[in-house]
Ligand binder design. Structure first.
Ligand SMILES: NC(=O)c1ccc[n+]([C@@H]2O[C@H](COP(=O)([O-])OP(=O)(O)OC[C@H]3O[C@@H](n4cnc5c(N)ncnc54)[C@H](O)[C@@H]3O)[C@@H](O)[C@H]2O)c1
Length: 278
């Protein structure tokens, strides 16, 4: 089993649709002992999801916008006297006015919240857990790729994700000497609670399906992400750090949908412009 003997911290399990839930489930199947984190009103949902896992893992409180919670997490992990070998960062949030095409008008306060929860929290989490990663290990964060392009509607969350990849590289630099690898998995669009909060998500995932050479379905590709994250948390990527691995059906490598699909889209757009036929 890939993760036999490993102890992992897994953030971001809210419902069984959460990407982190699939990762937690597969990590257990691969022999890992896992500890979940959650926060605020989400705690009870996470606890309910945890009861579906076997064995039901402990759920620790961690609001990533609360510095004290990180200090408490470190103390709690140190008190257990056992090392941690892997960490999953699967946390993101942006206020409504930071998404949906409002890029030019989003106030700093909303950007600051999105950046703290979605980007800076990765550094905070790494610093909180590194003292108990005494045998080295692997930190993995979930990304939606914004490294070279702007997307419709994703707005400041896109900026936060681009920043997160930069954080990955700086953490890889600083934690490499402790034999801790830090990587990201860039997933294609998948239906989850967070995704439902992104206006235009359905249209984005539909065009993904048309463009990805391996195909894509926002409903059922969660296990693909789980497999890749589990592999990165295992000992099978020993020389890889500061990297972004795409699990997106190959969409990132392709400029536009195939010609026949574009022809159909163009014809539909021209029809729309002409208006209803007499
Ligand atoms: N769903 C997708 O299409 C997709 C694609 C690529 C990357 N991702 C990334 O995957 C990760 C998980 O998202 P998901 O889609 O599984 O949705 P989700 O809603 O299931 O998970 C988001 C998690 O963030 C947590 N969270 C929000 N604010 C927090 C805070 N202040 N403190 C602690 N936790 C907080 C929520 O409790 C929740 O568990 C996110 O980083 C997201 O950007 C998702």
């Amino acid at each position: 089993m890939l993760l036999q003997g490993k102890r992992l911290i897994i953030t971001g399990v809210l419902t069984p649709q959460s990407l982190a839930y699939g990762i937690a489930e597969l990590a257990q199947q691969e022999g890992a002992e896992i500890i979940l984190t959650s926060f605020g009103r989400g705690m009870s949902l996470t606890e309910r999801s945890a009861r579906r896992l076997n064995p039901a893992p402990e759920v620790l409180e961690l609001d990533v916008a609360n510095t004290e919670h990180f200090a408490r997490l470190t103390e709690k992990l140190k008190a257990s006297g056992k090392p941690i070998h892997g960490v999953l960062h699967a946390v993101a949030y942006a206020p409504e006015d930071a998404l949906g095409g409002n890029f030019l008008n989003t106030p700093w306060e909303s950007v600051a919240t999105a950046f703290r929860v979605s980007t800076f929290s990765l550094k905070e989490l790494a610093v909180a857990v590194a003292p108990v990663m005494t045998e080295g290990g692997s930190i993995v964060a979930l990304d939606f790729d914004n490294s070279t392009q702007a997307w419709p509607v994703y707005d400041w969350m896109g900026v936060c994700k681009a920043g997160m990849i930069s954080v990955i590289r700086y953490l890889a630099r600083d934690l490499g000497p402790k034999n801790i690898r830090v990587n990201a998995v860039a997933s294609g669009p998948l239906i989850t609670i967070a995704a439902k909060g992104i206006p235009g998500f359905k249209q984005l995932s539909d065009t993904w399906t048309l463009s990805a050479p391996l195909g894509w379905n926002a409903r059922d590709r969660h296990p693909m992400v789980a497999k890749t994250v589990v592999a990165l948390l295992s000992d099978w990527f020993p020389g890889t750090t500061g990297e972004v691995v795409h699990v997106d059906g190959g969409r990132h490598a392709i400029g536009s949908p195939p010609v026949d699909v574009m022809e159909r889209m163009t014809a539909a757009a021209v029809d729309d412009e002409r208006g209803p036929k007499e």
